[in-house]
Design a protein around this ligand. Sequence first.
Ligand SMILES: Nc1nc2c(c(=O)[nH]1)N[C@H]1C(S)=C(S)[C@@H](COP(=O)(O)O)O[C@H]1N2
Ligand SMILES: [Mo]
Length: 400
Amino acid sequence: MRLGVAGAAVLAFGPLAAGADPPAPALAKAVEDLEPYFTPQEKFRDVSRGKPLPHSLPDKRKREVGLTRETWKLEVISDPDNPTKIRSPLTQKDGTAFDFDGLMKLAEKHAVRFAKVMTCLNIGCPLGMGLWEGVPLREVIWLTQPRDNLRRVFYYGYHNDDPQQMFRSSLPISRVLEDPFDLPPVILCYKLNGKWLDSERGGPVRVVVPEAYGFKSIKWLTHVVLTNLYHANDTYAEGNNDVDTWLKTFAATLSVPHEVKPGAPIPITGYAQVGLAGLSKVQVSIQSNVAKRNDDGDPLATGNWTDAQILPPPKHWSDLPGGKIIAGTPGFDTATGQPHTWPMRLMKVHWATLLPGLPAGKYILRTRTIDEKGIAQPMPRPFQKSGHSAIESVDITVKS
Ligand SMILES: Nc1nc2c(c(=O)[nH]1)N[C@H]1C(S)=C(S)[C@@H](COP(=O)(O)O)O[C@H]1N2
Ligand SMILES: [Mo]
């Protein structure tokens, strides 16, 4: 089903460079100038909090508080307020806390990798796109031999030993113990794009939750707490956020000529975030901004949407070693490194379109996506606290 719809989308529009008609030079140039596919670690946008920011601590202090691979310690315990029955808690006090060597032992057998955009629920565009590697969190939870009264897990990282600074997130235990709908597991992540996870990205070890917005992916992880609490206790809940939401599908522009000559075709490129709903099409609409706005701000109602070309997967996956998807990444062919399906959920795609020339005037360009089920996304959805996914509007002026 997924292969069908997603595959059809690519075939119908054809890979840009391989089409019968070579793309117009203006569009070819815009496509060539697109951003790199994967984001180098240091180029991610950093929105993490802490005074001081944990990644800015001097190396000596990092060693003291366990923020290096050599000194990292993870406690996995029962919640004293809503206890889970576990046989073997992993604690500093008993000298049983989990360490990086233990993680690497588990990695020999259980390491997994997946590509995912890291997007903050409160910020429109992804902070970065990464190939994340780690050990499923459940492997470490099993070490404690949980027995009874286990409904959720919550977790937090180093926060300068100041309770006010704790940034916590939580998940139902079922999400950790099994992976629904083909999703990758929730991981204890230690590598990004084939390199050790650096301190700014949450190293030595962070959680990464594949289908979630950034706030579930706790950095500088130090504590995993097994609990019989039946509801979320995320720090983000206090900020009026929808803490059960998952990654949305939407499109946005990357390059738009803000002023063009009358009759000149208009090259446009952009990206789409492929959320859990999948992606079958990217569409654009251009309207005169003086046209009667019968839509009341709802461009979905106007219906003059045209399909953009979803670009094929890159030949060179920039920022990965050798520009190649690391062998053994599920969803990618081991020999060619090409994805089995495209677009793939949790990742982003690039798109391009050449709009026909227009008479002089002022216009508004909008972009949207059609999900795998054929439903336009974003739905007219004012609920920004479920993850930003607005229809973007960009002004274009046509004048001689
Ligand atoms: N310990 C800790 N983890 C954290 C945060 C934080 O402030 N402290 N911020 C979260 C939020 S809100 C987001 S969006 C992501 C951002 O991940 P990045 O910095 O790798 O892009 O980290 C999450 N993990
Ligand atoms: Mo965030």
